[in-house]
Design a protein around this ligand. Sequence first.
Ligand SMILES: Cc1cc2nc3c(=O)[nH]c(=O)nc-3n(C[C@H](O)[C@H](O)[C@H](O)COP(=O)(O)OP(=O)(O)OC[C@H]3O[C@@H](n4cnc5c(N)ncnc54)[C@H](O)[C@@H]3O)c2cc1C
Length: 504
Amino acid sequence: MDIMSDNKIKKIVIAGGGTAGWMTAAALSKVLGCTNYDVHLVESEEIGTIGVGEATIPHIQKFNQILEIDENEFMKKTQATFKLGIEFINWKKIGQSYIHPFGSYGEDINAFPFHQYWLKLKSSGLASSLESYSIATMAARHKKFTRPLNINGSPLSDFGYAFQFDAGRYAQFLRGYAEARGVVRTEGKISSVELCENSGYIKSLSLVGGAVIEGDFFIDCTGIRALLIEGALKTGFEDWSHWLPCNSAVAAPCEKIEEPIPYTRATAHTAGWQWRIPLQHRTGNGHVYASQYMSDDEATGVLLKNLDGAVIADPRVIRFKTGRRVKFWNKNCVAIGLSSGFLEPLESTSIHLIQTAISKLINLFPSRRFMEDGAELYNKNTVFEYERIRDFLILHYKATERTDSDFWNYCRSMEIPEYLREKIKLYVSTGRIYRENEELFSTPSWLAVFEGQGIQAEEYHPAVDSMPLAELAERFKAYEQVINKCIDFMPTHTRYIADNCKAE
Ligand SMILES: Cc1cc2nc3c(=O)[nH]c(=O)nc-3n(C[C@H](O)[C@H](O)[C@H](O)COP(=O)(O)OP(=O)(O)OC[C@H]3O[C@@H](n4cnc5c(N)ncnc54)[C@H](O)[C@@H]3O)c2cc1C
């Protein structure tokens, strides 16, 4: 036997079958293949899954492409709708709304970002609102949708889209995919996790009833319980709740009363915010709140009062703690999904973090001999991803003018991480937005939230002055007209779904 095959990991055990477990199983079965590896997944129907996590960001398209999933088929099976962004209502102040869209604003001019020119035009009183220059925002506001078209130079080719889907059906869909490719599923409740005495590595999982599942490499997808990474390996947790104080959610779906809109809504209340995620067959809702400022009963009352259709399941309270595992990969175990940490769902980033975790794991996939060599790199990159998303989320709470509750007073006046402080300072003083390495949210995202939450630039880039104001105004007007024409051309979101991916 050669060194390679001798040291090769043979059996991978995934503990947990929620979104994280089945996304991991599906990707491993496709990319690594179940003829080279034995991939086992154990889950407990009695424990069930968290069952929320219905809104995504555009990067999920890449996951579907790697798995060669037919997008229309996947949408039919998961009752999915398209998503062009998130509307934030009452965040800056009560009665105000803005959209954080998927896609850019306008087009760069002379290699300078569009928003620098917009800042100049705005300071002269000649600019329309920022959202008039975003095709994704305008389409969302008009309930229109088409997948981007391949037309050079047209705004119709310059936006992204994601999906809103039924989380339970998504896990089922991926389960079918993974099992068809050889993943072996065991139904059972893990009662204990056995470690090797010498190395401290995980050796096996024992199930209620006595069955034992041994493995070489373990992936902890047991959700908030974190049975392997924390329960057995005592890895530790870094708590970020002083920056993101919401620690609870009450969720309840309701009947749909109107055709689904192509975006998610996040409406701020006095101690948190409420999501509204329209699917083909129902609407998902939840109220995320800080329990130190609002009781569960009050939070449930606020949720029920703000549903737009009849509630169709009992409201369910979920507790969470915002923060991250000290190590995401520890010994022969990687935590993926809620077991790795949690950033509250305000920008729908958790499923994305599952996806990037899988991709990093596949790239750094170990052998028995080099089990922890990739771990350091994996952990370093994941900390970076988590912290940059965290800072973007904090911005939504910090940049508020609301003074109507203790919760908002706390958020407005709290200390924030240095990176975020510097990013805000740079924008205010120069209009510039600096994106570090591959941080998830790019310039248009920061711009949308800065402007939407009332953080305004005092200056713009001096190079912008090389273009005469009248010419600039003309260009902006023309661009706005092109966007309006594109919106006229687009079908409604409802029509597009009916023609392409209507669930049976
Ligand atoms: C309020 C809220 C809203 C959210 N909204 C979004 C969103 O809009 N978009 C987004 O991207 N993400 C969202 N998320 C995050 C998203 O729900 C999760 O990232 C995603 O569902 C992954 O969950 P999971 O698979 O890690 O855990 P779970 O779904 O909890 O799955 C855990 C699995 O482990 C199994 N398990 C646990 N213990 C045992 C045991 N002892 N024995 C055997 N099996 C066991 C369970 O049976 C289950 O199969 C939200 C999260 C919360 C809390």
